[in-house]
Design a protein around this ligand. Structure first.
Ligand SMILES: [Zn+2]
Ligand SMILES: [Zn+2]
Length: 236
């Protein structure tokens, strides 16, 4: 019922509701915090063996996906599968103005990167188109990158990559359509020359968006580009 509200109004509504009702877990509704420990304990991490390129569970590198369509970047990784309750938490961060969730979800990414380090001079959030970011009031990927910065101290470059073309939402598109949809949607700056970069996003599906970001970064001379996301669907 609040889907059409402006971002500031949703934020105001949330602030008012927070005063009236203490935080409740977005996944199980238990009171106490926005994403409770019991729900976090249910998250299913993606465990090896993985394809060394795309990070999908696979005993072979390249996996069948990468064999068919090699990545234009060093590799991608996702922390966990896009299942309940992580799915609810990401949805609330993205669509319900629950920006508080960037802290616990950023912790998941930080713990992952600490255990599985990637070469990184800087983090870059996958950009939203400015129009979409205005509608939402924030970019959830940027909030996650900032949360990793707070925990691990890695710098976040906010001006190095921009989305120069609005794209259709990827949800209804197949892998080939996704690649066409996002091709040349991004532009990087000379700042990235020689840098080892890690792209940050909430959900990794086919990798088409991160790949398009990586193409732009490499055209401007980035040395390495990896991507990390909170979650990926089990089948994509
Ligand atoms: Zn919960
Ligand atoms: Zn692969």
């Amino acid at each position: 019922m609040f889907a059409q509200l402006a971002p500031w109004l949703k934020t105001a509504r949330n602030a008012l509701l927070d005063l009236l009702f203490p935080p409740r877990c977005v996944a199980c509704r238990r009171s106490g915090n926005w994403f409770c420990a019991a729900c976090q304990a249910q998250i299913q991490p993606i465990r090896p063996p993985l394809c060394a390129h795309c990070g999908r569970p696979s005993t072979r590198t390249p996996c069948p996906f990468c064999h068919k369509q090699p990545l234009a970047m060093n590799g991608t990784r996702a922390v966990a599968f896009f299942d309940h309750p992580l799915r609810q938490a990401i949805h609330a961060l993205k669509y319900e103005q629950r920006t508080e969730l960037a802290a616990p979800l950023g912790d998941l990414l930080s713990d992952y990167l600490r255990a599985h380090p990637l070469p990184a001079d800087a983090l870059i959030a996958v950009p939203l188109h400015p129009t979409r970011e205005r509608e939402r009031g924030y970019n959830q990927a940027a909030l996650l990158a900032q949360a990793i910065h707070t925990r691990l101290g890695l710098p976040v470059w906010t001006d190095a990559l921009t989305r120069v073309r609005a794209t259709r939402t990827q949800t209804e598109l197949n892998a080939a359509e996704r690649r066409t949809n996002v091709a040349e949607a991004f532009a990087a700056t000379a700042r990235v020359a020689g840098a080892r970069l890690v792209l940050v996003d909430d959900v990794l599906t086919t990798g088409a968006t991160m790949n398009a970001c990586a193409v732009a970064l490499r055209e401007c001379g980035a040395q390495t580009v990896w991507g990390v996301a909170l979650a990926r669907p089990r089948l994509d």
